[in-house]
Design a binder for this molecule. Structure first.
Ligand code: HEC
Length: 104
């Protein structure tokens, strides 16, 4: 698992020129994505209590819009707000990762 994350971080991606949190924080964020978000959205993010967060499902969503949902949550639903531990930059980075797709 750790090797996979390290590999993921070393892969040169199209996001290289875009804003991104420091490498250490990226590892934490991906861990959170799998553990915390995955607890509702499914281990492979294919959906569970929450909807699928796979690229196909998010193709018509903007990075800004997704980042907003991640930080503010969706009131009246189980989707919690994460703004207390995820900054705007981090949320946009996560949103881009979701739209690009994260290798299983
Ligand atoms: C306690 C369960 C739970 C957790 C934990 C959770 N979510 Fe959700 N999430 C939901 C539910 C339920 C919805 C759908 C709400 C609705 O619109 O009915 C949702 C919706 C979303 C949406 C909107 C999807 C769309 O197609 O509109 C995004 C994006 C999202 N979650 C991202 C995340 C991320 C990223 C995390 C981790 C940082 C996370 N969620 C953690 C339950 C959860």
């Amino acid at each position: 698992m750790r090797e996979l994350l390290v590999l993921l971080l070393l892969l040169p991606g199209p996001a290289v020129a875009e804003e991104a949190p420091p490498a250490e924080r990226r590892t934490e964020l991906l861990y959170l994505l799998r553990q915390d978000c995955g607890s509702c959205h499914g281990m492979t993010l294919a959906g569970g209590l929450g909807p699928a967060l796979l690229p196909e499902a998010l193709s018509d969503r903007t990075v800004e819009g997704l980042a907003e949902v991640i930080r503010a949550g969706i009131p009246g639903t189980p989707m919690p707000p994460w703004g207390f531990e995820i900054t705007g930059e981090e949320a946009r980075w996560l949103a881009r990762k979701l739209k690009e797709g994260i290798p299983p």
